[in-house]
Design a protein around this ligand. Structure first.
Ligand code: NAP
Length: 283
């Protein structure tokens, strides 16, 4: 039996176990997905321990996404984002043999599938990103992943953040991006094709980080917040005639991407979506 899992602190309410185990059941894969809650300063030990125990793959959540970067070999996108949410301990590839030695074995590979989660959520809703003007609200972990994902997909990105300095420094790292405070939304959103809320505003509260009057029918709006599923921002976007994409789609596709990295198989997306939404309904 293969073991996959999640490290985070806390992880007790995670929906990743039902999301992944639904895929194993559907495809007849003999595997379990387990949650682990290491001490906050023990990311490296957790990864070494998982490798020693033969764990095949780990997802990584708060507060470890940045810490684990130094313990894995990141792909280019995770390196640029500066955060890893998926670790693959799978069979060592040929190029890994060249970098590792018996005394210093190759480190597991690290990816950021939150970025793929953003791209695939838009693709699933038939929103073509190349050439679009995109606004990302937020410059934390989700904001960084969204900004790089959109830029890599061909969008021109504007980052707006409560702390403007954070938006500026993210915009400097993202190709062709601009940044500013939340006051820049008034100019940017009316002219935008794509809007992502990557702040925690709206999570467990009926608030929106974007004035509903700025929303319009030509926008596609992704809210990274998935609790509640229908946020105030999405309700307002829907009322404005915009295309709306809830945060469960991003959550689903980051898991789908991780599953595909780990197993090399196409994920049963519909089954995983059903399991995720059933879990969200219960929580
Ligand atoms: P984070 O790194 O802590 O960043 C939080 C962001 O929210 C920062 O940009 C922060 O601005 C902003 N913010 C917080 N309170 C605010 C307020 N009252 N007004 C305006 N801006 C405010 O958190 P994160 O990991 O990026 O997560 C952000 C949200 O995305 C959470 O709701 C999380 O659940 C969700 N998320 C969803 C997925 C998914 O798969 N759907 C994946 C990752 C995250 P400052 O920089 O000014 O503090």
């Amino acid at each position: 039996m293969d073991v996959y899992g999640l490290i985070g602190n806390p992880v007790e309410h995670s929906l990743s176990p039902p999301l992944h185990e639904a895929a194993y059941a559907e495809l007849g894969i003999d595997a379990r997905y387990v949650t682990f809650e290491p001490d906050r300063d023990a990311a490296g030990q957790a990864i070494d321990g998982a490798a020693a125990l033969g764990v095949r793959g780990l997802n990584v959540t708060i507060p470890f996404k940045r810490d684990v970067v130094k313990h894995v070999r990141t792909d280019d996108l995770a390196e640029r984002i500066g955060a890893v949410n998926t670790i693959d301990f799978g069979p060592v590839a040929d190029d890994d043999h060249e970098t590792g030695t018996d005394a210093d074995p190759p480190r597991p590979r690290g990816y950021n599938t939150d970025a793929a989660g953003v791209q695939r959520a838009f693709a699933h809703h038939d929103v073509a990103l190349p050439g679009t003007d995109a606004v990302v609200v937020g410059a934390g972990g989700a904001g960084r992943a969204a900004a790089f994902a959109l830029a890599d997909a061909g969008s021109r990105v504007h980052v707006a953040n409560r702390t403007a300095e954070r938006a500026h420094s993210l915009a400097e790292a993202v190709p062709n991006a601009t940044g500013g405070g939340l006051d820049t939304l008034a100019d940017r959103v009316p002219a935008a094709d794509v809007l992502v809320n990557a702040t925690s505003v709206g999570m467990e509260s009926d608030e929106t980080p974007v004035d509903p009057d700025l929303l319009h029918a030509d926008l596609a709006v992704l809210d990274a917040v998935y609790s509640p599923i229908e946020t105030r921002l999405l309700r307002a976007a829907n009322a404005a005639g915009a295309t709306t994409i809830d945060g469960a789609w991003m959550l689903l596709f980051q898991g789908v991407e991780a599953f595909e990295i780990w197993t090399g198989r196409d994920a049963p997306v519909d089954v995983m979506n059903e399991a995720l939404r059933a879990g969200l309904d219960r929580s």
